[in-house]
Write a protein of this length. Structure first.
Ligand code: ZN
Length: 407
C-alpha cells in the first residue's frame, strides 16, 4: 500500500519516450493524466466528494442496478480502517432512467454511503479523532487518455461540510446554505417559507416539519453543487436548472433575493437569477409541499391529495394550460400554481412552449376555479406577495388570449 507521499511521478516518462522515438522535443509537456485526487471530503453525513486534479473518466459498468452498484465499488471508503458500504447515488430507480454507480460532474465525483454517518461519527471526523480514507479500487477509473488510476494510493478524507450555515423558520422548516450564501438570504428564504405555509393545515405542517427542508446555493455554484441533487445532473446534463424540488428543495441565492436587489443583499451586481420574474424558491418548495401532501397518512391530507389529483385530471381533460410546463405532469402543475398563487410567475402572451398568460391569483380564479379552490385550502388568502422584492412581476396578458382551447 502506498500513502499519498509515495505518489509516483512516472506520468512524464512515456511522453519523453515518445519524443525520443519521434526525434522531436515537445514544446508543451503533455501529461498522461492518470486520475489523481486533489482533495476528498465529507460534505454531508451521506456524501463523500472527490475533487480531481485534471480530467478523468469512469468507464460505465453497464445500465443495470447491479452494474451501478459495481461502479460504486470503484472507490473504497474506510472509517478507522473499516470499509463503509456505498450505495448508488441514483436513487430514483425508475424504468428508462439511466442508473449510475457514481456521480461525476465538473471534475467532482460524489459517493453516497449506504448508511449515513451518525452524529458521533461526524463529530469525531470534525475533531480529528477518527480517520477516513478513500482508495480508487478499480482501474476502470481512468484519465482522459485512458491512463488508469493507481489503485494503491490511499487518500485522506477531510471533514468539510458543504452546508456551513443553517436556520429554522418560525413554522419549523430548516434552511441551509453553502459558504457562498449570505446569512440574510437564509432569513429571507425562511420568511418566504413561513408566508407560504401560514395557512397550511396542521397535519400538513406536521409531516413537513419532519421531512422538508430547503437548500440555497450561491454565486459561482449551480443546482448540482447541492450534494443531495448531484445525481440529477446525469439525466439533466443538457440543461442548467435553477433548482430542484422534493422533500429537500433548492434554488439560488439570486432567486431568493431576486436579481434587481442583489447589490443590497451582499452579492455582486453581475450575479443574477435566470428567472427574474419567477420565484423558483416557491416553485421548488411547491414540489416539497406536494411531496408532503402525497406522503401524509393523515386522512384530511389524503383527501386533499385526491382533490388535487382531480383538479389536474380536470385541467388536462379540458385542454387547459395548453403547451405549458404546468400541465406536463401533476408535480409541475402543483409547483407552478403555487407560484401563481403568490403572483410571482412570469407570463407569455400565447400558451406555450413553457408559459402562458395566466400568471396571477386573480387569473387563476377565473381560469381554473377548481385548482383555485384547492389551493385556497392550503395557501393563505390574505397574503398576496412573497415580500417587497416580488411585488412587480409583469402581468400584461390576460387569461385566454391566444388560447386555442378556451375554457
Ligand atoms: Zn418543477
Amino acid at each position: 500500500m502506498k500513502t499519498l507521499e509515495h505518489r509516483i511521478g512516472g506520468r512524464f516518462l512515456h511522453v519523453l519516450a515518445l519524443s525520443l522515438l519521434l526525434g522531436v522535443t515537445p514544446l508543451v509537456t503533455v501529461q498522461a493524466a492518470a486520475p489523481f485526487i486533489k482533495e476528498a471530503k465529507v460534505v454531508t453525513n451521506s456524501f463523500i466528494e472527490i475533487d480531481w486534479e485534471g480530467s478523468q473518466t469512469i468507464k460505465s459498468a453497464g445500465r443495470s442496478k447491479e452494474d451501478s452498484q459495481l461502479e460504486a465499488s470503484y472507490f473504497e471508503v474506510k472509517l478507522n480502517g473499516i470499509v463503509l458500504e456505498q450505495t448508488i447515488p441514483w436513487y430514483w430507480n425508475i424504468v428508462d432512467m439511466p442508473l449510475h454507480g457514481v456521480v461525476v460532474n465538473q471534475n467532482k465525483t460524489t459517493l453516497r454511503l449506504a448508511t449515513p454517518l451518525d452524529a458521533d461519527q461526524m463529530k469525531s471526523l470534525q475533531n480529528g479523532t477518527s480517520k477516513m480514507t478513500v482508495r480508487i479500487s478499480s482501474s476502470r477509473v481512468a484519465g482522459s487518455d485512458y491512463a488508469p488510476a493507481d489503485t494503491e494510493i490511499i487518500y485522506p478524507v477531510v471533514y468539510k461540510p458543504y452546508y456551513n450555515k443553517t436556520i429554522t423558520s418560525k413554522v419549523g422548516i430548516q434552511v441551509k446554505a453553502s459558504e457562498f450564501v449570505h446569512q440574510s438570504t437564509l432569513q429571507d428564504c425562511a420568511d418566504i417559507i413561513d408566508k407560504i405555509l401560514s395557512a397550511a393545515p396542521e397535519n400538513l405542517l406536521t409531516i413537513m416539519r419532519s421531512r422538508n427542508s430547503f437548500a440555497i446555493f450561491g454565486p459561482g455554484e449551480h443546482s448540482y453543487n447541492i450534494p443531495e441533487h448531484r445525481s440529477i445532473f446525469l439525466r439533466d446534463a443538457w440543461r442548467r436548472a435553477e433548482g430542484y424540488g422534493g422533500y429537500l428543495a433548492a434554488t439560488s441565492a439570486a432567486n431568493v433575493v431576486r436579481n434587481h436587489v442583489s447589490q443590497t443583499h451582499h452579492y455582486p451586481t453581475s450575479y443574477a437569477s435566470g428567472y427574474r420574474n419567477e420565484s423558483i424558491l416557491t416553485h421548488e418548495f411547491g414540489h416539497g409541499i406536494h411531496s408532503a401532501v402525497r406522503g401524509s397518512e393523515a386522512s384530511d391530507i389524503q383527501a386533499l391529495n385526491a382533490e388535487f389529483n382531480r383538479c389536474y385530471e380536470n385541467a388536462k381533460e379540458k385542454g387547459m394550460w395548453p403547451n405549458t410546463y404546468a400541465i406536463s405532469n401533476s408535480g409541475e402543475y402543483f409547483a407552478t400554481l403555487t407560484v401563481i398563487w403568490f403572483n410571482a410567475m412570469r407570463e407569455t402572451e400565447v400558451w406555450g412552449p413553457t408559459y402562458g398568460p395566466v400568471n396571477t391569483r386573480a387569473e387563476l380564479y377565473v381560469y381554473d376555479r377548481k385548482a383555485y379552490d384547492f389551493f385556497a385550502k392550503i395557501l393563505p388568502a390574505q397574503i398576496e406577495y412573497l415580500n417587497e422584492n416580488w411585488l412587480n412581476c409583469p402581468d400584461e396578458f390576460k387569461a385566454g388570449i391566444g388560447d386555442p382551447h378556451p375554457w
